[in-house]
Design a protein. Structure first.
Length: 305
């Protein structure tokens, strides 16, 4: 005997339950990135219209760009427009690229064209950074400029770091996260110049609650603190190659003068010994002659007797 089939009346009932569950789902369960924010529509700005006509953008995308720029990007209007022109010129499909950049604007991660761009590109050319590292560094520095950081001082510190590095592009990629978060760069350990704090998190930029007294030691404080210990240890500045050569030449001269004096003393002593030996031989010859004379006189006296 075969199994009995279930009645077909139960199937639509199950489907209705599943549909009710999907309807009852809260909007928090869905991805927040898929939800579009309803914005107020504004009249299209002439600059936005010029951008749309230049890259053949559709009306919906143009309206969305116009609304976001008016509501959220009015402070950085010029920088954002200049950056959009650069990005869309290089893009194969400007509409798709603009859609991605609009999502970045909504998230707050889009960065416009910074005023420090030429200086950053000059720094990249100076240290021969690759294209990826140079573009990412320019983006990070534009973010720091928007935060209100001292970009000129940051570029000066980066110049010191890159000059002391054997792989500048890798060093830039390692520092990108700290640069984007606005952390203090800090001066290079090979640089002896005292650098003030930069208002970012870090030892040099940390102040007390009132903001009047800096916390931690500066380079000048550390030099004063350890100056006495270095003096007791006899530490000092390292000699360069020229001073070492001069010192070796002076020591060589002293050694040669000492050897010359020793040779003179040995010659004098040898001469004195020679004189003494000559005088001794002469005295011996005289004594022999006297003895011979005495022996002859004795022999004569005996013969007479």
């Amino acid at each position: 005997m075969g199994r009995k089939k279930k009645p077909k009346e139960n199937e639509p009932a199950g489907r209705d339950k599943e549909e009710d569950k999907e309807r009852d789902r809260s909007p928090a369960d869905s991805d927040s990135s898929d939800i579009e924010i309803e914005r107020r529509h504004y009249d299209i700005d002439p600059e936005i219209q010029d951008l749309a006509s230049t890259f053949n953008l559709d009306a919906q995308l143009t309206q969305k760009l116009n609304d976001i720029m008016i509501e959220e990007r009015h402070r950085t209007w010029e920088q954002d427009m200049a950056r959009l022109y650069e990005i869309l010129r290089e893009a194969h499909t400007p509409s798709a690229m603009l859609n991605l950049k609009l999502k970045d604007m909504e998230k707050g991660t889009f960065v416009g064209k910074a005023k420090c761009g030429p200086k950053v590109r000059e720094l990249a050319r100076k240290h021969r950074l690759d294209k990826g590292a140079g573009s990412k560094l320019e983006e990070a520095m534009s973010m720091r400029e928007a935060m209100g950081k001292d970009v000129e001082k940051d570029l000066m510190l980066l110049d010191e770091h890159l000059a002391a590095s054997n792989a500048p592009s890798k060093l830039v990629s390692m520092k990108l996260d700290a640069l984007r978060k606005g952390f203090n760069i800090g001066h290079c350990i090979y640089s002896r110049e005292t650098m003030p704090g930069n208002q970012g998190p870090g030892v040099d930029g940390v102040f007390n609650k009132r903001g009047s007294r800096p916390l931690g030691y500066t380079d000048a404080d550390l030099d004063k603190r350890f100056a006495e210990q270095e003096a007791m240890r006899g530490g000092g500045q390292l000699m360069d190659e020229a001073t070492v050569r001069r010192m070796m030449a002076a020591e060589r001269k002293q050694h040669e003068a000492k050897l010359h004096a020793e040779t003179k003393e040995t010659n004098k002593e040898s001469k004195k010994k020679g004189k003494r030996s000559c005088s001794g031989s002469r005295g011996r010859s005289k004594s022999k002659k006297t003895k011979r004379g005495r022996s002859k006189s004795k022999s004569k006296s005996k013969s007479k007797s």
